[in-house]
Structures are given as structure tokens and as C-alpha cells.
Design a protein around this ligand. Sequence first.
Ligand code: NDP
Length: 283
Amino acid sequence: MRIIDGKSVAQDIKNNLKTAIARAVERCGKPIGLAVILVGDNPASKIYTSNKVRACEEVGISSYMYEFKDGTPEEDILSLISRLNADETINGILVQLPLPKGYDEGKILKAINVHKDVDGFSAFQIGRLNMGDPQLVPCTPLGVLALLDYYNIPIEGKNAVVVGRSNIVGKPVASLLLFRNATVTICHSRTPDLAGHTKRADILVAAVGRAKLITADMVKEGAVVIDVGINRTEAGLAGDVDFESVAPKASYITPVPGGVGPMTIAMLMSNTLKAYELQNGKD
Ligand code: NDP
């Protein structure tokens, strides 16, 4: 069994990005800019946004942080997004989710120019992904595939089972695996006999949000197990996979923390570079 070290893979990717970003900036003669919008004071969101800003500094992207108090009128946020859409120094815009209660998340996300949608959540970007012509792909799913590739884990012809069907993780992971010619099953809360499906997985991706839902009896001997889940429990952070019991059966497994999590931010940096290049005429 090998533990997939997402932290060091993400660092490696960021190091390579730093060089690629310096080259792109030199070629185009202008800096790369990412706008990060945070509404409210959710402690986890604060940590995520400050990690994103720190990663920007590391790779050479100029970050612009916009913080709004919970209760700020939605119109103020929409008008900021409209200004950022028109601002040529801003190549990527992200709104940290979840937004506090009362905000229309769909409306706010829809306001972002699809070419600056570095989270890849817009119907345009999701549509391109599903048509096999991806441009800006959601960061966490992209990170999952990057981990598999980094460890040279074959995907084609494998049975991949994704537990979770959200628009931001489950469905795009499934699409990416499908386009790499895996045979993909998507499970969700209404799937009867979840274990019957997961036990057939050569590659098992858990993106559920239920601590330790996936136990050893649900996993095939030698499976590759990717745990996207981040659950805050009394004992600290836990994944969706019961790492202790599943690890001995797996050929590869991601830990939580230190698996998929760090990849998400590395992929955000990569998407921001991609958006910059697309906006500067490189497809
Ligand atoms: P959502 O809550 O949007 O989706 C969860 C999915 O899991 C749903 O499709 C739901 O089914 C399914 N589900 C819930 N309970 C069960 C169950 N008992 N059996 C089978 N399926 C079930 O979550 P997200 O996709 O946004 O996130 C999933 C996890 O990944 C969370 O822990 C989140 O914190 C983490 N995450 C981690 C990131 C990272 O950077 N590492 C980034 C984003 C998310 P149904 O559709 O039927 O309701």
C-alpha cells in the first residue's frame, strides 16, 4: 500500500507553475490577477481564502481579496463582480462557498464572466467538460485526476466508482474519469446497496461529506482509494474513508488531511494561469 502524498505533489505542481507563470507574464508583459471574494466570517472559509492568497504569492499571481460582512446587500457583491469582469488586470474571479444563508448562490456565481470562472462551476465550463472539450475544470476533480496521473495509476478500462454526485465534485470527477475511458458508476444517497457498488471499484472516489462512511468491507483488495471528504469531527479532521481499516486493503490511498485538499489550491493556481493564457490569445 502507498499513501498518496497530496501535499508534496501539490508543492511540485506549484513549483512548476511558478516557472510557467513567470514565462507567461514575460511573454504577455502584464501580471496575472486573481480576485477572491469572501462573504461573512465562516472560520473554514477564512482559512481556505487565506491559503489561496498565500498560494498566489508562492507562484507569482497577484491576488485581490474582497471581504464583505454577512448582511452586505447582494447588489454590492454583484456590482463588484461586474467591475471585476470588466477589469483587465483580473483574470480569475472566485467566490468562496458556502455563502451565508440568505444569499442567492446561483445568481452570484452566474454573474462571473465564464472566461474568468477559475472554479469551473458555470454551466458554460461544466458543459464544455461534459462535451469532452474542457477549459476551466473544477479544481478538486482536476486535483483528483492529477494525483492519479502523478502516481502513474492507470485509468483506462478500470471500474471507477464515485460516491457523491454534487456539481462541484462528484459529477465532474465522474466526467473526467469517463473521458479517460474508465467505466464509471456514480452512487448517491438513494443508491441501494452502496457496498455492492464500491466493492467492484478499481478506483474508488469518496466525495460525500460523511466521516468514515467507507469501511474496509466496502473496498476491494488492491483498490485505489481517493478520499475527497473533509469532515470536522470532535476528534479532528476526518475523511469519508475509514483510513485505518481501509489502508491495508488499498494499493494507493489518500490521507485526510494531506491528500486531495492541497491539490485543490494547486489546481486553482493552474486554472488562473490557464484563464490568463486564454484571455491573452493562447488556446
Ligand atoms: P455535497 O453535500 O454537495 O454532496 C454530497 C454527495 O454525497 C451527494 O451527492 C449525496 O447524495 C451523497 N451522499 C450523502 N450521503 C450519502 C450516503 N450515505 N451514501 C451515499 N451517498 C451519499 O458535498 P460536496 O460534493 O460539495 O463535498 C463532498 C465532500 O468533499 C465534503 O466532505 C466536502 O467538505 C469535501 N470537499 C473537499 C474539497 C477538497 O478540497 N478536498 C473540495 C470540495 C469538497 P444526494 O445527491 O442523493 O444528496
